[in-house]
Design a protein around this ligand. Sequence first.
Ligand SMILES: Cc1cc2nc3c(=O)[nH]c(=O)nc-3n(C[C@H](O)[C@H](O)[C@H](O)COP(=O)(O)O)c2cc1C
Length: 205
Amino acid sequence: MSKIFKVSEMKPGEVFKLMLSFIAPRPIGWISTISDKGVPNLAPFSFFNMLGNNPATLAFSPAISRDGRKKDTLLNVQQTKCFVHNVVTREVADTMNLSSTEYPYGVSEFEKVGLTALPSALIAAPRVKEALINVECKLMQIVSLGEKPGNGQIVFGEVVAIHIQDESLIVDGVIDSSRVEYLARMGRDEYSSTKDRFSMKSPRE
Ligand SMILES: Cc1cc2nc3c(=O)[nH]c(=O)nc-3n(C[C@H](O)[C@H](O)[C@H](O)COP(=O)(O)O)c2cc1C
């Protein structure tokens, strides 16, 4: 027996939960920003990916909150036009999760969660010392899909600098990913990590 879900007959929250359970695993953008008053902010976003390679482009979507507010991350990116993606590995799973707490605007998750904000090389937003890799991005554009709760606000950033905190992970110019346990988001409260790996040659090669 198969089943069809007709989206027009469902509540948005139901569609959201159903889709999160099969658009998975999703990489997690752990996004640090700074306000124009100099207060840092940090939050995870699994509506996130690399979406262009020339220039190298990252995008993530801080949706409008349940109460209709813009998320702190979006406000900061609008003000200071930059953000850092901090790569999430198994070691920082707990602090990443804690940093999703919805503190009032102007409260730094770095302080609340006990993480260290390091200065970036080329942009104002700080980076997370405890993350293995930090990717500095300059804002390219924001595409707003509306102003109602849940409406996506897609932030596109051009990658301008990449910090690898442990140089020994670099082999032939790229990360030896077999030595890193990346973390990804599944549905509900589930996560997966990259413990088991295999390779498949592309048919084009
Ligand atoms: C793993 C994970 C992924 C998340 N992904 C998103 C997302 O893609 N978009 C979103 O709006 N909120 C997402 N959230 C919730 C935000 O992290 C949360 O609303 C956070 O408080 C936003 O922080 P800010 O207001 O400081 O920007 C996610 C939470 C977790 C734990």
